[in-house]
Design a protein around this ligand. Structure first.
Ligand code: NAD
Length: 378
């Protein structure tokens, strides 16, 4: 079968890591008889340089015609002094809203191979894990097109005292649809779902709790729990193994998933899927349109130095196959190839052990790591 995949490399390490995701898809396609037509598109800083705007209309239009969008990362110091509406990050918000992807799925698991890259002590990991192993495996489902990132904002001048405001705004429908994605995921996992909010203070969080309490009744086989976000931030460090699926708002999910990424060894390992509804206008063949991207940014500090870890981008391609193309087997092949290269001791610098005396580890660059995954797949 033929599939059109929009590709936005973006800025910094984005194009480097996404090129390996594309190569991995080419190899899988050849092996399994699928043709992926990659449509290169511009967004972010490079689009500002070329067209004067972070998200050219052409990018959004062409992406809509595809099955999915693979995204590297956008932004960097070069564009940091531009006014807010012209910043590269506006492209991300524009893509998410324009492509209707309202649920961001961020798996964070500690692979046994990367145990030494996790900053938590073994006994902390073990104590919190129901199976007593020093690991964890959780999924953060972050609402992506609502809340404070999209609410009304502004500045006011009161004499010589300037003030600024951003508004956290949620409707019951927005909360309900992302909760349903969370419950669907929990049903395929360990059947636990934790709603994270700040309902002791925020009215919008109280609406989250009320909505969750009503929806939870429809999923009697899933154990629903609630945590305030400050407690959740602490519990993630004290006992990450207690969590299965966490569903939360845009802002809280942004912060908690970065915290979880450190526990998983490195931000360079974590993939994400941002999906819409399987029955909206952009869905193809009954599957949701999705934006698939590593959770890290453009890392300008390491761009073009052959240091960046390409595995988060490669694992994002696997998520794309699973969610938007319905290719579970192919997705698993990519994930297996990644664990195989880790089994062989290959490590980019960010996932090397914290202790220096681990003998079976070999520190490699982006290219060697990418090639190793391709070799496993061939
Ligand atoms: P960042 O994720 O780019 O980098 C944080 C740290 O992690 C850096 O030390 C970096 O070297 C390291 N790192 C990130 N990805 C890595 C990888 N694949 N391999 C090895 N190390 C990796 O976050 P930042 O420094 O806060 O932001 C840099 C730029 O990226 C900013 O302009 C920011 O706005 C942008 N950003 C974009 C996105 C996105 O496009 N989705 C997300 C976050 C930040």
């Amino acid at each position: 079968m033929q599939f059109s995949i929009a590709v936005v490399g973006g800025d910094g390490i984005g194009p480097e890591v996404i090129s390996w995701a594309v190569r991995v898809l080419e190899v899988i396609g050849k092996k399994k008889g699928h043709t992926f037509n990659f449509i290169p598109l511009k967004a972010g800083g490079c689009a500002i340089d070329e067209t004067g705007e972070p998200l050219p209309a052409e990018t959004l239009e062409k992406a809509k015609a595809c099955e999915a969008l693979l995204l590297g990362a956008v932004g960097g110091p070069k564009w940091e002094t531009l006014p807010g509406y012209l910043r590269p990050e506006r492209a991300l918000l524009g893509l998410r809203a324009g492509l209707g992807v309202f649920a961001n799925l961020r798996p964070a698991a500690l692979l046994p191979q990367l145990k030494n890259a996790c900053p938590l002590k073994d006994e902390v990991l073990t104590a919190s894990n129901p199976h007593g192993s020093a690991t964890f495996d959780l999924l953060i489902v972050r609402e992506l097109t609502g809340g404070i990132y999209f609410g009304e904002r502004g500045r006011k001048q009161n004499g010589d005292n300037e003030s600024a405001f951003d508004t956290e705004y949620y409707s019951r429908n927005e909360i309900e649809r992302v909760l349903r994605i969370g419950y669907t995921a929990a049903a395929q996992r360990r059947k636990k779902l934790c709603v994270v909010d700040k309902a002791n203070v925020l009215e919008s969080s109280r609406l989250w709790r009320e909505t969750a309490a009503a929806i939870a009744k429809e999923y009697p086989n899933i154990e629903t729990s609630y945590l305030y976000v400050d407690n959740c931030a602490m519990q993630l460090i004290r006992s990450p193994g207690q969590f299965d699926v966490i569903v939360t708002s845009n802002l809280f999910g942004d912060i908690l998933s970065d915290e979880a990424s450190v526990l998983a060894g490195s931000i360079g390992m974590l993939a994400s899927a941002s999906i819409g509804s399987p029955d909206d206008a952009l869905a193809k063949n009954g599957r949701p349109f999705g934006i698939y991207e590593p959770i890290h940014g453009s890392a300008p500090d390491i761009a073009n130095q052959d240091i960046a870890n390409p595995l988060a981008a490669i694992l994002s391609a696997a998520m794309m196959l699973r969610y938007s193309l319905g290719m579970e087997q192919e997705a698993c092949l990519i994930e297996k190839a990644v664990t195989s290269v880790l089994d062989k001791g290959l490590r980019t610098k960010d996932i090397a052990s914290r202790e220096s005396n681990i003998h079976n580890e070999k520190i490699v660059g982006t290219k060697v790591m990418g090639e190793a995954v391709l070799t496993e797949l061939k």
